[in-house]
Structure formats: structure tokens, C-alpha cells
Write a protein that binds this ligand. Structure first.
Ligand SMILES: [Zn+2]
Ligand SMILES: [Zn+2]
Length: 254
């Protein structure tokens, strides 16, 4: 199974997960043309996408969902809350903790604490390989820690540096929202979660959803890198370019 971020941050999020026979998009934070050009950079045709999963209704995740669904004629999966919030006309419902299958990828939605109606992040499994996407949560619940164990690849939120957020340009209300229990994970909170999810099995880690105003890749790098085990590759996804392909196909554990 392979994964690639096509762009990550408050201006839009989209991730592609691919197995030998199945490709799915996670989130639709970009318009049709933008998504297609981001896919083209990785030599992926929109025709190969079999489904779109939407984590929650915030614009940076859902604004393109309806348009992509119509343009590509693919099913969209979302929780009832997300579908309502995003005004999706047609969707296949997701429930926290109930896996479903698209082709040979099994997708398990994981409810997270975030200021949306029913936000879910995801664990993907194909064969023995497991990849998790975990962004847009303001705090770490025991449920999250339990569901994201034993991963081969992890895309994890590192939204803000607390000092940059405190001294930055956001109005007080927005600062409180971002830093609150239903906002986003700071670099420190992301690291604390990472430390609970680390296993010898984890081959690739990608820091995601960095705030452009309240964080820098250098902050994330200096805080996280010393804690990343030697056998784990570490990337930081960007708003413009996402990240390079994470290929876990040849890295089956055991
Ligand atoms: Zn977001
Ligand atoms: Zn959000």
C-alpha cells in the first residue's frame, strides 16, 4: 500500500491511498482542476480513483467533495454528521469503529475530538500493511490511542507551535479555538501522541496540517526528529506540494 499527500494545511487537504488494485482519496480540500493537477504530478489519473472519504465538513477538507463526486462519478463516504455539515447530496455513511471495504483496502473510521459535527480520521489496511491518517483533533482520547496502534505508516498532525500561536496574528477567539480541546494538535501534543503510537513496525511518519501562520517545518523538525526511531523515515508535508510517495509495499513487517 502507498500513500501520498497532495497538499496539507488550512488552505486544503487531500491524500491518496493506493493498493495494487484500489485507489481512494481522503478529503477533498481542493477544487476539481487543482485536485487533478496535483494527481497528475504523481502520474495518477482521476479515472483510477474509486472512492472519496471525507473526514469532516470544514472547508479545507470538504469544499471540493460534491464537485469531485459529480465530475468523476465516484462514491463519497462520510459520517452522517459530516455529510450533513458538508451538505453532501449523496453519500455512503460511515460509523466510528466500523470498518468497511473498498476493493482490497479496509477503512476504519475513528471519531476524534474536533469542532465539527462527527469528525472521523481513518486507519487503512491492505494485506498486512496498515496506514493511519490522524489530523484535526484538539486533544488525544484513549479511543484514538487504541485505534492507531500497530501502524506501518502514520500521517500525524503537527498544527502549531504554542508560542507562535500565542504571539501570532490570530484574534483571541481563534487562538482559543485552535489551542482548545476541539481544535488542533500542537507540535508537543502531536509528539506526545506519536510516543504512544511508536512501535518497531512504524516505517514512515509524516507530520501534517502545519499552520502557515503559527508553525514552521523547522519547529516540527527540531522537536520531533530526536524522538523518531532510526528505522523510521520522517517527512513533513506542505500546503503546496504535500509529500513524496510513502511506499510500504515492500516493507511488510515480520
Ligand atoms: Zn483541517
Ligand atoms: Zn477541521
Amino acid at each position: 500500500m502507498r500513500a501520498v499527500s497532495l497538499g496539507s494545511g488550512s488552505k486544503g487537504n487531500c491524500t491518496l491511498i493506493s493498493s495494487a488494485s484500489t485507489s481512494i482519496l481522503i478529503d477533498a480540500g481542493f477544487g476539481v482542476r487543482d485536485t487533478e493537477s496535483r494527481l497528475a504530478k504523481h502520474q495518477v489519473s482521476p479515472d483510477s480513483i474509486q472512492a472519496i472519504f471525507v473526514t469532516h465538513e470544514h472547508g479545507d477538507h470538504a469544499q471540493g467533495a460534491g464537485r469531485l463526486q459529480r465530475a468523476w462519478n465516484v462514491p463519497v463516504y462520510a459520517s452522517h454528521g459530516t455529510a450533513t455539515g458538508a451538505r453532501l447530496e449523496q453519500f455512503s455513511p460511515l460509523r466510528d469503529g466500523q470498518p468497511l471495504r473498498v476493493g482490497d483496502i479496509e477503512v476504519t473510521p475513528v471519531l476524534v475530538p474536533h469542532d465539527a459535527r462527527e469528525p472521523t480520521q481513518f486507519v487503512f489496511q491492505s494485506g498486512e500493511i496498515r496506514i493511519g491518517i490522524c489530523t484535526d483533533l484538539g486533544s488525544v482520547s484513549p479511543h484514538v490511542v487504541r485505534q492507531f496502534q500497530d501502524l506501518d505508516g502514520l500521517l500525524l498532525e503537527a498544527n502549531y507551535d504554542p508560542q507562535m500561536l500565542a504571539q501570532g496574528p490570530y484574534p483571541p477567539k481563534l487562538k482559543a479555538r485552535v489551542g482548545g480541546d476541539h481544535g488542533h494538535l500542537s507540535n508537543q501534543q502531536g509528539l506526545a501522541l506519536l510516543q504512544q503510537l511508536l512501535s518497531p513496525r512504524l516505517k514512515t511518519l509524516v507530520a501534517c496540517h502545519l499552520s502557515e501562520k503559527n508553525n514552521t517545518p523547522a519547529h516540527v523538525q527540531s522537536l520531533w526528529a530526536p524522538h523518531v526511531p532510526q528505522g523510521t523515515t520522517f517527512h513533513i508535508a506542505s500546503q503546496t506540494d504535500g509529500c513524496a510517495w510513502i511506499d510500504l509495499t515492500e516493507l511488510a513487517h515480520g
